[in-house]
Design a protein around this ligand. Structure first.
Ligand code: CUA
Length: 338
């Protein structure tokens, strides 16, 4: 929008640098979720609160600036003016400029407190999810469905979700701009966040509390689906994956289950029961690798397995160097875990 504006007097020749500046300024916004595009009743209340406070602040700005400009023009010094009357103190005025801001702030406080109460209110029939923040990924557990996965938080459209937030190591913060406000995950303390997705969609979430080198790459997605699709997903996740018995995938399974991988990762129905890293039971059905750092494609998975530290420096996955063949076999095995 901004880039479409034509500056008066700007010669056509100056347009490319202007466009470049515009695109640089806005490139960070491309595809980002906005708190002003709410997709849940709670996020809509937060957006309404933002607009109300902005309107109040804008009105105060306009009135103050108008008075200032009127004073500057009307009372400016003119040739031959005598010295103005000297005044000191004006009780009525001082009371007014103390009381008016106090009343406005009290109003903003009441609106904020009522919004906070509304968005944290317990909802009947909620889907319970436990989200564990790790450096630098999100563990998603569904205690009632006995599902454990990572990065993708699947929910049903229209069903309230109650998220229990805990941290495995340091403080993180759960934030899905289109669905909920920010809530911290604190070691040794359980917090809760509640939301209901109004419409189907994939909503990006982000860790919003600095937690280490890969804080920025600690993202996740809330995938809101119609009820039948969510139930389908639940059924697929509850079924243990088929472990291949022939071909590259079978060699990959052997390398995985006989290697260091099992120390950190779980694959249901196998001896891999590690709890340090993400559960990989249905890894092939996820959209991304390493908390949205890479799309989940065979090429990207091979890149990741070649050197996880090169892709996401400082993450906790440290593995011995693997041969090209082993990597290809592991990719065939992991991508097959649907
Ligand atoms: Cu986790 Cu920032």
């Amino acid at each position: 929008m901004l880039c479409k504006l034509r500056l008066p007097g700007a010669a056509p020749r100056s347009r490319p640098p202007l466009l470049l500046l515009c695109s640089l300024a806005l490139s960070g916004c491309a595809g980002s979720p906005s708190v002003l595009a709410p997709a849940s009743p709670g996020a809509a209340r937060i957006a309404d609160l933002f607009w109300s406070v902005l309107a109040i602040a804008a009105a105060i700005f306009v009135v103050t600036e108008a008075l200032l400009i009127i004073a500057l023009i009307r009372f400016r010094s003119r040739p031959g003016d005598r010295e103005p009357d000297q005044v000191h103190g004006n009780q009525a005025l001082e009371l007014a400029w103390t009381l008016a801001p106090a009343l406005i702030l009290a109003g903003v406080f009441v609106a904020t407190a009522s919004t906070m109460t509304a968005v944290t209110q317990e909802q009947p029939g909620a889907l319970r999810v436990k989200v564990v923040g790790h450096q630098y990924w999100w563990e998603m557990q569904y205690p009632d469905q006995r599902i454990s996965t990572a990065t993708d938080l699947h929910v049903a459209v229209g069903q309230p979700v109650e998220v229990e937030l805990v941290a495995a190591d340091v403080i993180h913060s759960f934030w899905v701009p289109e669905l909920s406000g920010k809530t911290d995950l604190i070691p040794g303390h359980t917090n809760r966040v509640r939301f209901t997705a109004d419409r189907p969609g994939t909503y990006r979430g982000q860790c919003a509390e600095f937690c280490g080198a890969q804080h920025a790459n600690m993202a996740f997605e809330v995938i809101a689906e119609p009820r039948e699709r969510f139930d389908d997903w639940t059924r697929r996740m509850q079924a243990p994956p088929a472990i291949p018995i022939a071909g590259p995938a079978a060699r990959g399974a052997q390398a995985f289950l006989g290697g260091v991988c099992v120390g950190c990762h779980t694959i249901d129905g196998t001896q891999a029961q590690g709890k340090v890293g993400p559960n990989l039971t249905h890894f092939g059905s996820r959209r991304t690798i390493a908390s949205l750092t890479l799309d989940n494609t065979p090429e990207n998975l091979a890149t990741w397995l070649t050197d996880p530290q090169a892709v996401k420096p400082g993450n906790l996955m440290r593995i011995p160097t693997l041969s090209r063949e082993t990597i290809q076999d592991l990719v065939a095995f992991l991508e097959g875990l649907q």
